[in-house]
Design a protein around this ligand. Sequence first.
Ligand code: PHB
Length: 169
Amino acid sequence: MTDALSPLRALQFFDSLPQELSAAWLDWLLLEDSMTKRFEQYCTHVTVRIVQEGFISQDDSLPEATLLPPAMRYWLREIVLCGDGEPWLLARTVVPESTLVGPELALQQLGSTPLGRYLFSSSSLTRDYIQVGRSEALWGRRSRLRLSGKPLLLTELFLPNSPLYKEER
Ligand code: PHB
């Protein structure tokens, strides 16, 4: 059931930016603004397909745990972002339960609204880092973000039909 996200789970992250990446690819991989908005420049409709959403407890299947404060439970959201119905991006968001207070409770109620619509409309959004990663021919990134100082981890993988790969390498 969660197999759809396997290329994302296989991402290996770089400690520093790989030299081989062109400016055009870096522009996608290091985008600080909403990826949904960027995709909207390349298609008519961006849609979210939810793969899974719900609380999970801390265990070995949570690689993000070392990058987040310890919590009894984490909110997990896994989606496929599509451009005009074509899968363009896999995304996995892990949110410690301690982040889900006040306005951040909205993270639990996104449904088919893209995460970015919430994140980038928030004046309290900051980013600790973006790390570029690779899974064979596919590229991705992971970002630790904060809302009012409270962390969440977002991992994204660009699927083969994503406009990123149409840019000069
Ligand atoms: C999401 O809705 O979970 C989502 C949307 C776009 C992204 C990442 C995550 O780039």
